[in-house]
Design a protein around this ligand. Structure first.
Ligand SMILES: *[C@@H]1O[C@H](CO)[C@@H](O)[C@H](O)[C@H]1NC(C)=O
Ligand SMILES: *[C@@H]1O[C@H](CO)[C@@H](O)[C@H](O)[C@H]1NC(C)=O
Ligand SMILES: *[C@@H]1O[C@H](CO)[C@@H](O)[C@H](O)[C@H]1NC(C)=O
Ligand SMILES: *[C@@H]1O[C@H](CO)[C@@H](O)[C@H](O)[C@H]1NC(C)=O
Ligand SMILES: *[C@@H]1O[C@H](CO)[C@@H](O)[C@H](O)[C@H]1NC(C)=O
Ligand SMILES: *[C@@H]1O[C@H](CO)[C@@H](O)[C@H](O)[C@H]1NC(C)=O
Ligand SMILES: *[C@@H]1O[C@H](CO)[C@@H](O)[C@H](O)[C@H]1NC(C)=O
Ligand SMILES: *[C@@H]1O[C@H](CO)[C@@H](O)[C@H](O)[C@H]1NC(C)=O
Ligand SMILES: *[C@@H]1O[C@H](CO)[C@@H](O)[C@H](O)[C@H]1NC(C)=O
Ligand SMILES: *[C@@H]1O[C@H](CO)[C@@H](O)[C@H](O)[C@H]1NC(C)=O
Ligand SMILES: [Cu+2]
Length: 583
């Protein structure tokens, strides 16, 4: 597929843009409309190779890495259908952040969109820098149109592996604001055991802007509208129109060399879709789950849910030639099918031969269960044992969807216990606690669990919905103690919990009508979201928060611009379930 020409902006426009930007910063005003006009002529660019640069210096020596990013609209056709996308630096998928553990990163994000935005660094612990977590309504206000926010934080010296970044305001990342983040370290157990590494980014793709789809999804309460199938199915998420590997529906290619061990860093950047990844004729050895090195289970296929990451080792030791790379969209997990969706997303892996466009290799012939759940805990045993400390606090919560008239019309909303989250984009919960400390009383749309002292927290969640949901905890890597069917029954279900080197990760799938039990240490000061990573569900309210160590939060040195960007929201911005609408 041809991605199309790269339109370069004439110098005059660039100079004019720079002037307008400076002016806008000085005056603190938005300039959404002007930029929208210019950017509609820009076409996105897609990298042809996602093989990481083998000359990257992996080292214990740390450095500061600077990035200048502009978030804007651009035209693109990842699956052949041209639409307006939202992108960083006109790239799709967005720019790679590649660092060593302990590096400092400084990312100056300029918002050239007509709406507010934020960027979240998925999986980063952000110990001491919660205000750099980039979660709209929780740790910051959306960066207003025409303004910039500098994300400055240190990659934890004990953190390594495969991560990603994405917009964390309403459903914006669905439209294209996402990219990979790779942390190297000589201390990573798998370091030195492979020859090359490549990124495999899987995502689902829609032909319409997510803002419109979200409005349709939220207002959907069984109203019959012939024009839209989702209106006939209350709570049914908009199904995607296509699936992408490294930003392309067709033609993504991996040009490898024979007889090498490749580390494939699988990242699911989708909004709704669980993928099952495989390469014909090649076993995959799972060596990482969400940054934790694991004892390599050999699998034919790896299921990967929204926001999860796995590294798998693939050895190029079969007959020289081209093989199908498969990212199978698990539409069985959707509430509503899209009959036009081709769920088999294909790429090509070639070594020692000239690439053929459509290899004739066959899929593994063993049946795949299609049960919308994660790899089994027995396949995710951490290499470095870290026994969970005994818990000191238990938090129980349920998640559900309910029909409501709350927003002035019929709606299907998501609930954590009885709270459907709504982002307060002008007064994020972090700022509330920064000002009031332990005295903070949050509004009804915020479910916040506070720990004043360091606690070892057991979080037990029952899922009262028939579908499975990928939940992510910000700022922590948790121990996954157990997953089961039905409700967790205190006094009985504990026998199913595993304390013996359980998996550690940051995103897990809660089965339909099932439960999960995770444990984490509440020693990281800040407001940390725990939410479903299906974009539609978070926007519908499936988000709660943990507030750790209020007295430490009050000692943060939060940059002044965070507060300033919050006060510039009031009056100018209308809020609608996490959507920040531009002026
Ligand atoms: C895309 O290409 C640019 C320029 O070659 C490079 O700097 C960047 O790291 C690449 N991004 C990814 C994700 O490979
Ligand atoms: C966060 O930093 C504090 C010290 O400021 C330390 O006690 C704690 O263990 C750290 N937590 C993590 C998860 O690194
Ligand atoms: C915005 O960008 C300018 C120019 O790079 C920089 O000097 C300034 O510190 C940035 N401001 C914020 C709030 O990030
Ligand atoms: C870097 O880290 C590795 C693994 O922890 C260690 O073996 C090595 O000695 C360290 N090198 C330096 C220069 O500190
Ligand atoms: C190819 O490599 C895999 C993984 O190391 C190994 O299990 C398999 O036996 C090798 N196959 C051949 C044909 O060498
Ligand atoms: C996980 O694997 C173990 C060992 O093979 C098995 O006993 C258990 O039933 C599996 N769990 C699930 C949920 O499939
Ligand atoms: C943790 O709990 C176990 C089982 O309840 C108990 O045997 C053990 O002594 C506890 N460990 C600590 C350090 O309190
Ligand atoms: C959720 O509701 C249950 C049942 O009422 C209650 O026990 C639990 O404490 C609540 N959880 C939170 C986080 O408020
Ligand atoms: C939710 O609210 C209803 C009505 O007040 C109550 O019956 C129910 O127990 C609450 N559920 C939870 C989990 O708190
Ligand atoms: C900005 O937000 C409005 C309201 O949600 C939406 O209609 C519009 O599509 C958004 N624009 C972009 C570029 O996201
Ligand atoms: Cu969900």
């Amino acid at each position: 597929m041809d991605i199309g020409p790269v339109a370069s902006l004439p110098c005059l426009v660039l100079a004019g843009l720079a002037f307008v930007v400076v002016l806008a910063l000085a005056l603190g005003v938005g300039l959404g409309l002007g930029l929208k006009h210019h950017s509609s002529r820009t076409y996105v660019t897609t990298n042809s190779s996602f093989i990481l640069d083998p000359s990257f210096q992996i080292s214990n020596a740390t450095t500061t890495r600077y990035y200048e990013w502009t978030v804007s609209e651009a035209s693109g056709a990842p699956d052949g259908y041209e639409r307006t996308m939202l992108v960083v630096n006109n790239q799709f998928p967005g720019p790679l952040i590649e660092v060593n553990s302990g590096d400092q990163v400084v990312i100056n994000v300029f918002n050239s969109l007509p709406n507010g935005t934020t960027i979240h660094w998925h999986g980063q612990w952000q110990n001491g820098t919660n205000y750099m977590d980039g979660t709209s309504g929780v740790t910051q206000c959306p960066i207003p149109p025409g303004m910039n926010y500098t994300y400055r934080f240190t990659i934890d010296p004990n953190q390594y592996g495969t991560y990603w970044w994405h917009a964390h305001a309403s459903t914006q990342y669905t439209d294209g604001i996402y990219g990979p983040l790779v942390i190297h370290s000589p201390a990573e157990p798998v370091y030195g055991s492979y020859d090359r590494e490549a990124l495999v980014i899987m995502s689902d793709w829609y032909h319409d802007m997510s803002s419109g789809l979200l409005t349709q999804y939220l207002s959907n309460a069984g109203i019959d509208d012939q024009n839209s199938p989702i209106y006939d199915n209350p709570g049914a998420e908009p199904p995607p129109d296509s699936g992408l590997i490294n930003g392309q529906m067709i033609g993504s290619s991996f040009d490898f060399k024979p007889n090498l061990r490749y580390r494939l860093r699988l990242i699911n950047m989708a909004t709704l879709t669980e993928f099952v990844f495989s390469v014909d004729n090649h076993m995959l050895e799972v060596v990482e789950s969400d940054g934790t090195s694991v004892v390599g289970a050999a699998v034919h296929r790896a299921p990967i849910n929204v926001a999860q990451r796995y590294s798998v080792i693939l050895t190029t030791n079969q007959t020289l030639g081209s093989y199908n790379v498969r990212a199978e969209m698990q539409d069985i997990c959707y509430k509503l099918d899209n009959p036009n969706l081709d769920t088999m997303v294909l790429g090509t892996l070639t070594y020692g031969a000239t690439a053929v466009a459509t290899p004739s290799t066959q899929n593994w012939n063993d049946a795949y269960p299609g049960d919308c759940i994660d790899l089994n805990a027995t396949q995710l045993v951490p290499v470095i044992e870290s026994p969970p400390p005994n818990s000191t606090m238990t938090v129980s919560v349920s998640m559900s969807f309910q029909q409501t008239f709350a927003s002035g019309g019929q709606a299907t909303l998501g609930y954590m216990n009885n709270t459907s989250w709504e982002a307060d984009s002008a007064d994020p919960t972090l700022m509330q606690m920064y000002k009031a400390g332990a005295q903070t009383s949050f509004s009804q749309s915020q479910l916040v669990v506070v720990n004043d002292d360091i606690q070892v927290i057991d979080l037990i969640m029952d899922n009262y919905d028939d579908s499975s949901h990928p939940f992510h905890l910000h700022g922590h890597t948790f121990w996954l103690l157990g997953i089961g069917d039905g409700s967790f029954v205190p006094g009985q279900s504990e026998v199913y919990l595993n304390y013996n080197n359980p998996p550690r990760r940051d995103t897990l799938t809660v089965p339909g009508y099932g439960w999960i039990a995770i444990r984490f240490i509440g020693d990281n000061p800040g407001l940390w979201a725990f939410h479903c990573h299906i974009g539609w569900h978070m926007a519908a309210g499936l988000l709660m928060q943990f507030a750790s160590l209020p007295s430490r939060i009050q000692q943060f040195s939060i940059p002044d611009y965070l507060g300033q960007q919050c006060s510039s929201q009031s009056g100018g911005t209308i809020l609608n379930r996490g959507i920040s609408i531009g002026r």
